[in-house]
Design a protein around this ligand. Structure first.
Ligand code: ZN
Length: 145
């Protein structure tokens, strides 16, 4: 099996069996993301405390790439600060547009092949844009206090 096939299998696996799927009742941020080009939709629920993402879940429908990206992003982002997330988002964006790793991306490296399909970059980055909006936009935040 080539590395490319392995990457493809991992994307299909996360697309079919996404991690961190569902509603997060303790969420204090939430945001809806939509990619009309492909029909991907995502709702992110974030529990943030002192600038750190303590817990995150998502609901949504979409193509395997958008769901797998949301699944792996939620796995990667738990315990990270907003600044660390922004840095990771920059590195991820470089990965899916340039097709190579600026830094070691771990499991996220499976998305390098997306760079060959520019239209799918929006699928791969939807969850990331949505998380950024969820963390920045206070008007959409949910107060649990
Ligand atoms: Zn898509």
């Amino acid at each position: 099996m080539s590395l490319r096939d392995l990457y493809q299998e991992m994307i299909i696996d996360h697309g079919k069996n996404p991690r961190n799927k569902g509603i997060l009742s303790s969420a204090n941020h939430s945001h809806i993301g939509h990619n009309p080009l492909c029909g991907d939709k995502i709702v992110l629920y974030v529990f943030e405390q002192n600038g750190v993402v303590r817990d995150i879940r998502f609901e949504g429908v979409g193509c395997a790439i958008s769901v797998a990206s949301a699944s792996l992003m939620t796995e990667s982002i738990k315990g990270k600060t907003f600044g660390e997330f922004e840095k990771l988002f920059d590195d991820f964006h470089h990965l899916v547009t340039q097709g190579n790793e600026k830094v070691d991306m771990g499991k996220l490296a499976i998305f390098a092949g997306v760079s060959e399909f520019p239209i799918r970059v929006k699928c791969a980055t939807l969850a990331w844009h949505t998380l950024k909006a969820a963390l920045v936009d206070d008007s959409k935040s949910i107060s649990t206090e």
